[in-house]
Design a protein around this ligand. Structure first.
Ligand code: AMP
Length: 143
């Protein structure tokens, strides 16, 4: 199964923030949209980083509430693992598990075109397994 197939179901909207925004603003966005991470983009739309709830929790644990005034650029991960629409979900699942992150932005020709979360991957994997089981049961019943 490809990334494109998941995006066809969930849509291609991606919530973004900018490096100069504060952690407070970012936490509010995460809460408002009920999401776990936002992609950090530049004025030209290029991906500059990613910041997740984990980064904000780490900053709070280290510095306390004053960290909420820090710019996103101070706490984001700059080396972002991205994927493309034609990538295989199994490979992404492996990478997420190995590198311990739950969000992968989809980028095409330097443009952000979607985001895959671990929740999306698990949901589609379960649907795939259920289809396989149904096909096997039907095969056994008619054999
Ligand atoms: P998450 O599991 O997505 O909440 O992220 C855990 C940590 O990995 C945080 O420090 C994120 O900034 C970082 N992270 C999340 N997604 C990615 C990604 N696609 N590439 C690199 N780092 C990431």
């Amino acid at each position: 199964m490809t990334v494109a197939r998941i995006l066809a179901v969930k849509g291609r909207e991606v919530f973004t923030t900018q490096p100069h925004r504060t952690l407070q603003e970012t936490a509010e966005l995460l809460g408002l949209k009920n999401i776990g991470a936002v992609v950090v983009t530049g004025a030209d739309g290029a991906v500059l980083g990613i910041i997740s709830e984990r980064d904000i929790v780490r900053a709070l644990a280290q510095s306390g509430a004053v960290a909420l005034n820090d710019p996103v650029s101070r706490h984001m991960t700059c080396e972002v693992f991205t994927t493309t629409s034609n990538a295989c979900i199994h490979d992404i699942m492996e990478r997420m598990t190995h590198s311990r992150f739950r969000h992968v932005p989809v980028v095409e020709e330097h443009r952000l075109t979607g985001l895959i979360s671990i929740g999306d991957v698990v949901k589609h994997r379960i649907a795939e397994i259920e289809t396989e089981h149904r096909a096997l049961r039907d095969y056994i019943a008619t054999a």
